[in-house]
Design a protein around this ligand. Structure first.
Ligand code: HEC
Ligand code: HEC
Ligand code: HEC
Ligand code: HEC
Ligand code: HEC
Length: 214
């Protein structure tokens, strides 16, 4: 090997090292971003106190005793104090969650400020009557198993938009395993397409905005 060739080989391996370090740096920052970004983007809030759906379901007659349609067809959503007060005028069990509920809310006739996991932006129009009554859909399709759970998960709020994480989903790669993993515009539209709801307009995304927007 001549002196010149030897020098060239050295520079090449130097460049190789720089490239290797560059790739390692890139991969590690991507990995950090992958793990850290969702934690930075979402802040966790807890519900005012925990609520056990499963034990309550043994005592009442189905979901409708708390989540029902009003006479005008609108959905009552999360229950008001009025649906709890008959049983919780006095403390029933020995849990701290119930003590908070009875002392801070029932005793003061104060409504519980529940955080709504599925809450959509104000501009979105959603009707439970259309989906549950006309469409015959199951709560689990869109909400997962909250209705039979023994405790409430933390509420995760997007620091930029202020929306619940249930809209954009848990998986930052955008993979959706269950129908209830996400409920953003494309998810609503995809199911509407499959079911032929206002098909042409939703499909072409022209004009049909007012199916879902106020
Ligand atoms: C004894 C009353 C009661 C009964 C019965 C009940 N729930 Fe609830 N449910 C609640 C309360 C209180 C909350 C509020 C907690 C919260 O904000 O998530 C809630 C919240 C929910 C939510 C979360 C909504 C959201 O996006 O935050 C879903 C979904 C739900 N219930 C489904 C069901 C289903 C399905 C059933 C029947 C299998 C059921 N519930 C029966 C009291 C009840
Ligand atoms: C049919 C009667 C009944 C109704 C209606 C009812 N509860 Fe209860 N609840 C009970 C009983 C009984 C217990 C005690 C269970 C135990 O601790 O053994 C209980 C326990 C609880 C607890 C402590 C356990 C837990 O869930 O984490 C909370 C909090 C609570 N209830 C909140 C509510 C709220 C809020 C409502 C209205 C949306 C409600 N309950 C409606 C009977 C009822
Ligand atoms: C097609 C999907 C879908 C189905 C099916 C469905 N929901 Fe919902 N639900 C939603 C969406 C979306 C919201 C948020 C609506 C909004 O913010 O305007 C919501 C909101 C709620 C809320 C909170 C409402 C509030 O603001 O107080 C409760 C409670 C709830 N649903 C319970 C149920 C129950 C119980 C069933 C079954 C009988 C059911 N849902 C079926 C999609 C669905
Ligand atoms: C799992 C499937 C599914 C999902 C998810 C879904 N929808 Fe629907 N939606 C339907 C079906 C099916 C109908 C028609 C029901 C009927 O009238 O028989 C409908 C009807 C509607 C209607 C009434 C349309 C009309 O012309 O009366 C509105 C508004 C609506 N959906 C909004 C939404 C929004 C907003 C979301 C997302 C937050 C959503 N939907 C998610 C299946 C779905
Ligand atoms: C099938 C129901 C559906 C249809 C049809 C639909 N949207 Fe949406 N749109 C949503 C839902 C649900 C959200 C909130 C979740 C999200 O940001 O994806 C949303 C969010 C948006 C937002 C962001 C609003 C915000 O506050 O962040 C804009 C802008 C928007 N839609 C515009 C449109 C336009 C323009 C059309 C017509 C071409 C349209 N949408 C049609 C369901 C729908």
């Amino acid at each position: 090997m001549s002196a010149i060739e030897e020098k060239k080989a050295k520079t090449d391996s130097g460049a190789g090292f720089i490239l290797l370090f560059f790739i390692l740096g890139l991969v590690s920052s991507l990995l950090t971003g992958w793990v850290a970004f969702p934690k930075l983007l979402y802040s966790q809030k807890s519900q005012p106190f925990d609520f056990n759906h499963a034990i309550h379901l043994d005592m009442v007659d189905g979901c409708e005793s708390c989540h029902f349609f009003r006479e005008d067809g609108t959905y009552a959503g999360v229950p008001k104090l009025a649906q709890c007060i008959d049983c919780h005028e006095e403390v029933q069990g020995g849990t701290e969650d119930e003590a908070i509920f009875v002392e801070e809310y029932v005793a003061n006739y104060r409504e519980v400020p529940w955080l709504i996991y599925s809450e959509q932006p104000d501009c979105v129009f959603f009707s439970h009557a259309a989906h549950v009554k006309s469409g015959g859909m199951d709560c689990v399709t869109c909400h997962g198993n909250i209705g039979t759970s023994t405790s409430l998960k933390p509420y995760e709020e997007n620091r930029i938009t202020g929306y619940s994480r249930d809209i954009w989903g848990k998986n930052i790669a955008g993979i959706k395993k269950n129908t209830w993993d996400r409920m953003k515009m494309d998810d609503c539209a995809a199911c509407h397409r499959e079911n032929g709801v206002k098909q042409n307009s939703v499909q072409t995304h022209k004009g049909a905005c007012f199916v879902c927007h106020k």
